[in-house]
Design a protein. Structure first.
Length: 113
């Protein structure tokens, strides 16, 4: 998915107009229009957009998503639709699972070495 398609999706999902985005980010409306014509945002504008929507540049630029399994893409999209509070809960849960896995790996290494 191209940058502008991702941006349009974020705008639609968050019910934000292109004009409002330009105003809130302090950028020219012409910048947004040029992106619709295929140009890419400058690094500083990309960072502003990422912070505004709380997404990564990788997501906006569709970097590395080709290497994700379909289930992983679904999980990422579901995660992005959560509130910040629920994202925090999920992140804590994943951290706990990861630490648990690491502890089991260490125990397995001791038992079988």
């Amino acid at each position: 998915m191209a940058f502008i398609d991702r941006l349009k999706l974020l705008l639609t999902t968050n019910n934000i107009s292109k004009n409002k985005l330009a105003k809130e980010l302090g950028i020219a409306e012409n910048s947004v229009k040029s992106w619709e014509n295929g140009s890419q945002p400058s690094a500083d504008k990309l960072i502003k957009i990422c912070k505004y929507f709380n997404v990564s540049a990788d997501y906006l630029l569709d970097i590395d998503s080709q290497n994700l399994a379909e289930k992983e893409k679904q999980i990422i999209n579901q995660y992005r639709s959560l509130s910040n509070y629920n994202k925090g809960l999920i992140e804590g849960f994943i951290k706990g699972l990861s630490e648990s896995e690491q502890n089991h790996d260490t125990e397995d290494q001791r038992l079988y070495s």
